[in-house]
Design a protein around this ligand. Structure first.
Ligand SMILES: CC(C)=CCNc1ncnc2c1ncn2[C@@H]1O[C@H](COP(=O)(O)O)[C@@H](O)[C@H]1O
Ligand SMILES: [Zn+2]
Length: 353
């Protein structure tokens, strides 16, 4: 069939309205509107919006990006803030057509927030519950995040907390994330905590090889193995990774979460057409498009799908397949995956001709 490009984009935006988001950091996902509210609530901090978001065409070094999170954390530091921010983020993803969302966030030290880590997680869970009560059309699950900067003891403490919640949150907490500034700390120190999490049934989504020269760490982490990889930007030999790393990922069939805008704006990838999506997609490896930090990077998930489609010339069929594949990569229980598959199947004839 032959159709005009504008028609293509129209159709595309229609069916990219049926997507799953698997890699979204809560505090990186705060929208412009919510940020305005937070800034107005805390005028004494003297924070300007330009300090919390990286607009189109702008780039920052990785280090500068992590400074942005410090600013946002000053704005989001109470139970009330977390509840408000989490509800808004869930509603925004739903409005963008996300039907299944895995949100992740790092409970911070009580000394920094006046809020215990337990209350932090409870506030996020409360937001998920309230959205469900208000019939927001989206399934949400939560991953507790470990900031690698804080070392092995804090990591272990976080795992124990996540374990408790896994048993008491009606299945809302499904796993663990490892994130934070990749230049700080070493993954090998965190192996006991991650291993423990895995043994008790928490799923692992680990940021891996986000920067070059983490080969040794990635080898170790891939032997766990994780259930999903975040970024994996420097795993393949063409960018300084290795065949051994690629083999481990492929043999264990570990899905990769790919965040185009985040990587280009954070300058770990030089341009969209050089994004490693291409490498993994061509091999038929499970790839999931994600936003990472939709607030900080001024994007949303349908925009990421459009970007991938236009950059790599993906057909409608291919975009549909990508969006459907994400369901099986999620940490949702089988019953939820089946419901999502059914939703996709029902809409398919209306979208693809
Ligand atoms: C700098 C850059 C290009 C960011 C994108 N890549 C990232 N890499 C590693 N950790 C991240 C990234 N984006 C967000 N995070 C983690 O998520 C936190 C913010 O969300 P939250 O407070 O956990 O709710 C950050 O402090 C950081 O620990
Ligand atoms: Zn991330």
């Amino acid at each position: 069939a032959c159709f005009f490009y504008s028609e293509f984009i129209q159709t595309l935006s229609f069916y990219s309205k049926l997507v799953s988001e698997l890699h979204a950091h809560l505090n990186g996902s705060v929208s412009f509107e919510t940020m305005e509210k937070l800034i107005a609530r805390k005028p004494h901090l003297n924070i300007k919006h330009s300090m919390t978001a990286i607009r189109n065409g702008q780039h920052r070094t990785l280090d500068e990006c992590f400074q942005v999170f410090k600013v946002i954390h000053q704005l989001v530091d109470s139970e009330e803030d977390i509840l408000m921010v989490a509800k808004a983020v869930i509603q925004e993803f739903a409005a963008d057509g996300v039907k299944y969302l895995e949100l992740r966030s790092t409970p911070r030290e009580e000394t920094k927030t006046g809020l215990s880590k337990r209350r932090y997680i409870e506030s996020a869970i409360e937001a998920i519950r309230q959205c469900k009560q208000e019939d927001v059309d989206i399934e949400v699950r939560f991953l507790v995040a470990i900031d690698r900067r804080n070392g092995p003891e804090v990591a272990m403490e976080t795992v124990k907390l996540a374990e408790d919640f896994m048993l008491s949150s009606d299945g809302l907490i499904v796993g663990l994330d490892l994130s934070g500034d990749p230049t700080v700390g070493h993954g090998k120190d965190l192996l006991p905590a991650l291993q423990r999490a895995k043994n008790c049934g928490l799923k692992l989504a680990l940021h891996l090889s986000e920067i070059p020269s983490q080969k040794e760490e990635s080898e170790l982490l891939l032997d766990l193995p994780p259930d999903r990889i975040g970024h994996g930007t420097f795993l393949h030999p063409e960018v300084g990774g290795s065949d051994s790393l690629v083999d481990k990922v492929c043999k264990q069939n570990i899905p990769i979460e790919l965040c185009l805008t985040s990587n280009v704006k954070g300058q770990t990838v030089p341009s969209y057409d050089k994004h490693h999506f291409q490498y993994w997609y061509e091999r038929g490896h499970p790839c999931v498009l994600c936003t990472d930090d939709k607030g900080v990077f001024c994007t949303d998930l349908s925009q990421e799908y459009q970007l991938a489609a236009s950059t790599f010339g993906l057909s409608q069929e291919a975009v549909w397949h990508l969006s459907q594949q994400a369901i099986q990569c999620s940490f949702a229980p089988e019953a939820v995956k089946q419901q999502l598959e059914q939703k996709w199947a029902e809409l398919r004839p209306r979208v693809l001709n």
